[in-house]
Write a new protein. Sequence first.
Length: 146
Amino acid sequence: MGTALPRKAKRLTPLRLTEPPPTREHPLHKAIAHALTIELAPAGRMSNHGVVWWSVDLASYMGNIPETHLDRGCVPGIPDIFVLHDGRNYMMEVKASDGILSWPQRRLAAAVIRSGCRVAIVSTVSTALAALDEWQIPRARRINGL
């Protein structure tokens, strides 16, 4: 048996980040839901100002046969968060900072906007709260700086 030759050490390139890596959508959605609970009320409950919100996750309800959700009227592209206030519907699509809308999401958002409702693409807790403010949805303003 021969002797193993020593391997040449690999030179590692230092990691340089000009900005933090993007937050993936699940933890981001969770953080936004937590902020909405603080600012409005828990999901599915009405706030003191008459605001109700909830999240939708069709990925968890597709079942064993993916096409069955279409039979129930569950269409691709449904926004992640629904907010109801004063008889109007507002929707938020949660996207990581490097995320892009899929074609089904674009089509449905366009239809929702044409129907007179509002849609926001949110990638941080602050952009979600800014959407509430732009829509003039009353909130508790318990989260400082946002």
